[in-house]
Design a protein around this ligand. Structure first.
Ligand code: PGA
Length: 242
């Protein structure tokens, strides 16, 4: 695992965006694995700016997002489909038919999960996967548990995660309790992974992530056995690393 400690959120966002640009430079039809949440917002802003300045071309790029809430339609302002259009896809020269977010409204959810994994495989796998990390160590919506699931699946969100997501909804009742997420196998098959984390609240989990042990109660700890992971954090998130 490589570790980059950036001065602040702005530098972290730029370093993460630069990694993506590098991958697209080497392979114009790269397959990107993308994440939502507040952490990648700055990275997406940087990518939009690079695209405006013609420093990166997304026209041959394909994307697969990690996850989506179950039962929230794509047009809902809190859906991850909406987030991706709003933060990235509507502002860059990507062919939107090449962007994929799991469909949380699919009639046959099992089929949706299976098809999602098949599509990733058919595109030759993910060249670079972007990950945030939950305070509880989740990646995508792979929550702490006794067992972790390999492929795309439906998952129940933990109370911690529901609480963390509540800031985006008007009331607790509206916060989704289930999601579709890529599994640990999908993530671990990516050729390269960048995990980004910023701020005080992530300091504890970042130190656990590097503990030298794999613990299914800290799903991100599995990344320690991937051959090409870069963890990009700001100084505050790095402060408990020994
Ligand atoms: P955040 O979420 O970027 O909003 O902190 C990260 C995550 O839960 O994966």
């Amino acid at each position: 695992m490589k570790m980059i400690v950036a001065r602040d959120y702005e530098e972290l966002s730029k370093k993460a965006a630069d990694k993506i640009v590098q991958v697209i430079e080497n392979k114009p039809n790269a397959v990107l694995g993308l994440a939502t949440g507040s952490t990648p917002v700055g990275m997406y802003k940087q990518l939009v700016a690079y695209n405006k300045d013609k420093l990166v071309d997304f026209s041959y790029v394909t994307t697969f997002n990690l996850d989506e809430y179950l039962g929230i339609p794509a047009e809902h302002p809190q859906s991850y489909q909406y987030f991706m259009k709003d933060n990235l896809f509507n502002h860059i020269n990507i062919d939107q038919s090449k962007t994929h977010v799991p469909n949380g409204m699919a009639e046959d959810i099992e089929l949706e999960c299976k098809t999602y994994d098949e599509m990733i495989r058919a595109h030759g796998g993910i060249d670079i996967q972007v990950l945030g990390i939950g305070n509880n160590g989740h990646i995508g919506f792979n929550e702490p548990d006794d067992e972790l699931i390999v492929g795309t699946h439906v998952t129940s969100l933990t109370q911690d995660t529901i609480k963390a997501n509540a800031r985006f909804f008007d009331s607790m009742d509206e916060v989704p309790t289930k999601a579709i997420t890529m599994g640990l196998g999908d993530i671990m098959k990516a050729k390269e992974i960048i995990l980004i984390a910023s701020g005080e609240a992530k300091a504890d989990i970042i130190s656990k992530l590097l503990a030298g042990k794999i613990d299914t109660q800290v799903p991100a700890s599995l990344l320690q056995v991937h051959p090409n992971v870069t963890v990009i954090v700001d100084e505050v998130a790095a402060k408990l690393i020994k």
